[in-house]
Design a protein around this ligand. Structure first.
Ligand SMILES: [Zn+2]
Length: 381
């Protein structure tokens, strides 16, 4: 019922009865519970067709707030949002994730508290917390697992620490997953199946299916950076295998290749700068990386049949070169049916996708029917 009211599909008792098939008395009872919990509030009456207009309801986006964070390798974004996912206040800071969990999470808690104060809300208003980190996460426990670029975080109970402090549900996920959800939510909700590919130093992919993050059995779904690419067995990947996509087409690999060609580059941002400066070596390299990525995505398209592929991360800023390479190969190598209406687009949210996705992940969880039923069963605070 809450979903119907949130989506604006139902505004009155009569509409809820019609759409849910529940009895009038059950609907009335549940609406009363939602009103008591302030998840739903009375709204402007609907148009009257003579007689007394029916009571109408609307979702209360101010029923509480959500704390969201996207902790990146070198910089982080933090926000407080309302229950509809709109940002009320936000902060950004250059803080290396490699500083370790004690330093980073102490900073995060301080920042959350500051933002709450800014929007004149307290810890009691926090309905949930979502955090993205740049590494693999065991989603059920909210614990990073052997994250390569996060020394000190392996097995650290990120969710447990924040849950104890704010007494609210906490979800922790891989940054690419939350970016995928942020992109889906902000622009692509008309398609249920989306792939989000982040091309930064490494390459990762978030999978949205039926509007939800697909994590797989262990949370490792979408790790396309370590899919084998033919004809590159001379390249060793940081994972120990030969010929991984990331070791050939990732920003880190391209920076090394450019440097070896006499065009010095430290990281993916340098690669993009050289492309924008019109260095032919850099443009050729990025376009070829797009083709290699396109080869892997062509297989993914045949397998998963997404409606849209969104490309983000630093290298996506290399103008059209990366996307051109991707499109060229995906259209050539995927089946006609799978590519008939596929869209391949650049991220429009950029580095805000993660923090938005973290908020949406939490809102969807705390407003899910099971979570609401559970809260209803407990005595109202
Ligand atoms: Zn690898």
């Amino acid at each position: 019922m809450l979903r119907l009211i949130r989506d604006g599909r139902a505004r009155t008792h009569a509409e809820l009865v019609e759409l849910t098939g529940l009895s009038r008395s059950t609907v009335a009872q549940r609406v009363d519970s939602l009103l008591t919990r302030r998840l739903v509030v009375p709204a402007e009456p609907g148009a009257s067709r003579g007689g007394r207009p029916p009571r109408t309801f609307a979702f209360n986006r101010d029923a509480g707030v959500v704390l969201a964070a996207d902790l990146g390798a070198t910089h982080s974004r933090v926000a407080v949002t309302d229950m509809a996912g709109d940002v009320l206040a936000e902060a950004r800071e250059d803080i290396p994730i490699a500083s370790g969990p004690e330093i980073v999470l102490a900073w995060l808690e301080e920042t959350f508290d500051g933002l709450l104060k800014e929007v004149k809300r307290g810890a009691d208003d926090v309905q949930g917390i979502g955090v993205g980190v740049p590494g693999p996460v065991e989603f059920v426990t909210g614990t990073p697992v052997a994250p390569p670029i996060m020394p000190g975080w392996d097995g650290y109970g990120v969710a447990g620490r924040l849950r104890d402090r704010y007494n609210a549900p906490v979800l922790v996920d891989n940054d690419v997953n939350i970016m995928a959800l942020g992109e889906y939510w902000s622009r692509w909700r008309d398609t249920d199946h989306l792939l989000f590919v982040k091309v930064g130093t490494g390459i990762g992919c978030g999978v949205i299916t039926d509007g939800r993050i697909h994590r797989g059995a262990q949370g490792a779904a979408g790790d396309i950076g370590h899919i084998h690419v033919p004809d590159h067995d001379d390249v060793i990947c940081r994972c120990g295998n030969l010929g991984c996509l990331e070791a050939i087409a990732g920003g880190g690999a391209m920076a090394t290749t450019l440097t070896n060609l006499g065009v010095p580059a430290q990281n993916s941002r340098d690669v993009v700068r050289h492309v924008r400066d019109g260095r032919p070596e850099a443009m050729r390299l990025v376009r070829q990386a797009g083709r290699e990525l396109g080869g892997v995505l062509a297989s993914a398209v045949n397998f998963f049949n997404p409606g849209v592929i969104v490309i983000g991360g630093d290298i996506a800023h290399a103008d059209e070169h990366l996307l051109a390479g991707v499109r060229e190969v995906v259209y050539r190598r995927s089946t006609a049916l799978a590519t008939r209406s596929i869209r391949i687009a650049r991220s429009t949210l950029d580095d805000r996708a993660g923090v938005l996705g973290a908020a949406v992940m939490v809102i969807e969880a705390v407003l899910a029917p099971e979570a609401i039923d559970q809260a209803m069963a407990a005595p109202a605070a």
